[in-house]
Design a protein around this ligand. Sequence first.
Ligand code: ADP
Ligand code: MG
Length: 242
Amino acid sequence: MALVEISGVNKHFGDFQALKDITMSIDQGEVIVVIGPSGSGKSTLCRAINRLETFESGSITIDGKELPEEGKALAKLRADVGMVFQSFNLFAHKTILENVTLGPIKVRKQSKAVAEKRAMELLERVGVEHQASKYPAQLSGGQQQRVAIARSLAMDPKVMLFDEPTSALDPEMINEVLDVMTGLARSGMTMVVVTHEMGFARKAADRVIFMADGELVEQATPEEFFTNPQSARAKDFLSKIL
Ligand code: ADP
Ligand code: MG
């Protein structure tokens, strides 16, 4: 059975249908890159996967379990799904180390000592261990985003979602974040990455998903998708960005 099973998911905002009968499954260790025009439902899909967004019909399971709609059970299961957003979303009034240890202490009930040891390992892995006692505003955007990745990893998620993680970064900082993500992909993490970075898609993706108008239009290996897109919408999209 796949790690993530998305089956017949429909989502409306009022009269507008943002997700149209989305069905896909994601295997353990698979790296999926989701691309498509603005407004095609990519963020809504990511948010539905960890229940930041409700949906009217269909189901999404992680490791065979459906995420409950609310309450403590949701907080616990949601911790299995790491999410990194375009904006870094670090807690401004907490140090970098505290940002990373907060979830493990509160949700995973780890001791402070255990959480701090693991946090330092993760900060080292993303290359910001020397910033541990600083506050987010003292770090560059690229460093903050790497901390956000470390913070998600500290929860030992089963799957990591990235929603345009480099879109808000100055160009010179994009690669340092993509390099961390590439390393994570190689380490076997299951990942869903919404990005316009086609270099990353070619290098790291096992599968590219192309969405348009709330539909999953096409899925293929990066090689197939970039050299031989099937649908008119994908051809049109690629002609604009490549
Ligand atoms: P993408 O991430 O592909 O750019 P989104 O998933 O953010 O697209 O949005 C898909 C569509 O749903 C867009 O047309 C957007 O305007 C609409 N939408 C997203 N969130 C809301 C919301 N909270 N209320 C109303 N419409 C929304
Ligand atoms: Mg989006």
